[in-house]
Write a protein that binds this ligand. Structure first.
Ligand code: AVI
Length: 348
């Protein structure tokens, strides 16, 4: 892992140079090959976020029908004093997993600076360009803020951080990104986070709550078709990066809700029988008329689900912070580790 000091207060840690033999493009090609070869075709949602996908996702967050972003911003704003008070007065790291454009972190950073607290802001993201953008923007907005920006896988970055700093960590995993994991993946993710943190560290996790089904369906099937474009961009990305020959007009976006699992599910459905070649992986894939490709889960939670998830992964729920409609929650958890190094791993 190398460290590059770009300014007094900024550290960029880049572990990726050692992993260059397996590029993001190779990984994408492999996942497309595996996902489209299955009898229930699927493409992993994490590949939705290339430059074009990130641009489309930002547009989604600006739509009135896509309520989670505004709900979480309201949640953070109306509860900022409570969050500042949970932090305590000791120096700490404010670690943000996947900071996006940093819009939500700003809501916390300003009052934390005003309160005169000593902390490093530590955004962690695998994509160097996002980290560069946030560092540039935050250096301009907050000249006194100390930033340690980590270009890294979340847990490698967190392990590096806890290995070189024994400050308390306050982790932010906002935006209901946890909802894009299956329930099993969410448990694995949170348990990994637990393992990488120290006892009594805090995490604040954004969960979208179960709610009126019409509202969910509208949020993921907006009338302007931006969500459809966001979903179809996966096929365009295959065309751009690995020589696919998808005709997007021959697929449609379909967003539906599984009341049993609480998952909004997104699909791309083939409108006709067709065979599509992907030159970069030397294969063609056949689609029957109305055959789906699963592309995304967005799980919605009950408070009882969240509390169970915390217990199962070794955390203690401190507080739930809500927006004024109770549509969204930022849940504050602390890391519980007793004498046993494995903690309470009962459900893992
Ligand atoms: C990033 N993630 C939390 C969004 C969600 O709501 O699951 C992605 C998204 N997909 C369609 N619309 C928004």
């Amino acid at each position: 892992m190398t460290e590059t000091h770009t300014a007094n207060s900024i550290t960029i840690v880049d572990p990726n140079e050692f992993e260059a033999s397996f590029s993001e493009r190779d990984r994408f090609a492999l996942e497309v090959l595996v996902g489209l070869s299955e009898s229930r075709k699927r493409l992993p949602s994490r590949f939705m976020y290339d430059d074009e996908g990130s641009r489309l996702f930002t547009r989604i967050t600006e739509m009135d029908v896509y309520y989670p972003t505004e709900c979480e911003i309201e949640t953070l704003r109306r509860n900022v004093d409570r969050i500042v008070s949970t932090v305590g007065s000791e120096p700490f790291n404010l670690v943000e997993f996947g900071p996006g454009n940093g819009r939500k972190a700003r809501i916390l950073i300003e009052p934390l600076l005003e309160a005169g607290l000593e902390f490093d802001y530590v955004p962690i993201d695998i994509a160097r360009e996002y980290i560069d953008e946030i560092v540039t923007a935050f250096r301009e907005s907050y000249p006194t803020l100390s930033i340690k920006a980590l270009v890294s896988d979340y847990f490698a970055g967190l392990k590096w951080l806890t290995g070189q700093s024994n400050r308390k960590n306050i982790g932010l995993f906002l935006g209901s990104n946890i909802g894009n994991f299956s329930h099993a993946e969410a448990r694995i993710f949170l348990r990994n986070m637990w393992s990488s943190l120290n006892p009594d560290d805090t995490v604040i996790i954004g969960f979208d709550l179960k709610k009126d089904i019409e509202m969910l369906l509208l949020a993921y099937n907006d009338p302007g078709g931006i969500t459809a474009e966001f979903n179809l961009n996966l096929l365009r990305r295959i065309n751009r990066e690995i020589g696919g020959h998808f005709d997007c007009a021959k697929f449609r976006h379909f967003g539906t809700y599984d009341v049993f699992s609480g998952g909004m599910e997104s699909y791309l459905v083939s409108k006709e029988d067709q065979t599509v070649a992907i030159d970069g992986i030397g294969r063609s894939f056949s689609f029957k008329a109305w055959e789906p490709i699963h592309t995304e889960y967005s799980y919605k939670y009950l408070i009882s689900d969240i509390e169970q998830l915390a217990r199962d992964t070794g955390f203690v729920v401190k507080e739930h912070l809500f927006d004024s409609n109770d549509w969204f929650v930022d849940s504050i958890w602390t890391v519980h580790k007793d004498g046993n190094a494995d903690g309470d791993a009962s459900a893992c």
